[in-house]
Write a new protein. Sequence first.
Length: 393
Amino acid sequence: MHVPDGFIDAPVSVATGVVAAAAVGVSLRGARRELGEGGGSGGLGGSGGERTAPLAGLVAAFIFAVQMLNFPVAAGTSGHLLGGALAAILVGPYTGVLCVSVVLLMQGVLFADGGLTALGVNITDMAVVTTVVAYAVFRGLLKLAPKRRRSVTVASFVAALVSVPAAAVAFTGIYALGGTAHVSLDKVFTAMVGVHVLIGIGEAAITALTVGAVVAVRPDLVYGARGLTRTLEIRTVAVAAPGAPGARPAPQAGGAASGGAAAPVAAAAAAPAAPAARRSARRVWAVGVAAALLCAGVVSFYASANPDGLEKVAADNGIDKKTEDHAAQDSPLADYGVKDVTDARLSGGLAGVIGVGATLAVGSGLFVVVRRRTRKAAAGPAAVPAAHHPEGV
């Protein structure tokens, strides 16, 4: 559903650019809270936020990779993942908007996919609308469903299914305000919603399978599943000194009594859990990176060559009459191929791998910076040493 340059006139493109910039700004603030929220220890570095930051970069890279896998729909049309629902459920709605925005930016700048003057349209439609609608549906369904892991998977399927035609409706509204071709809005609405309902089924399947796989292994890494898992609590009992009135012996590993405190024993027993959970989260991250590279570098060669839903509707209804050349059409990675590499399979695979790496680097860098700013804000101003205070001299 990448809107190219020329579909929407300049005033509406500027207006949607303002909307997109505002949404990204709000999302940056919201992502600071999401990345700062914890789910206990055991993630990629410890707290919930520290493991969410690298996971968010991975989600952006994974969405980029899977968007290369166009799947056939009907009547010579294909579809691909939009990713708003997947990102919102995995890492949170605000962070999800940023994930999809990073993907759209990388696609537009490096691969000439989606117009640069239409970047505001694409972010508003594909990042903001899909994420907001999907997460609202997802949370609403979870309130009605039993508190089980399966409920998360089912709710993610429905949320993703609804988000795609919602984006089609949003595009129709934007086109009604600033479309450059005189086309019946009834035809545009019917065609866009009709084909994107079918595409939504594919989106829902991909989203549910991915969310279900992560929930089955590490539910604490899924933002939308928080509350379904319990944080480990270590309870301690104060123990009086040996021989004191009312003194109770502290339990030992072998069941013998001792005068030591119970807290160190409990802490020692629980200590191995954190490294094991960290290793588990790193395995999830490594598997995710490998899956993204496999999709973009190998599987993408077998993707459908049919035009996607928007391209098909535009060609059939004359929306594309004033399409403009992409400003990055001379990019060495334009059209998802590496310039001067003649073998199509190798060219497409290399372009996909480069795209995954670039998106992972930019996305992870962004979220690490957001996370660090969150930690600084939480820490507050550094304490001034007493020697520097006149009254402490």
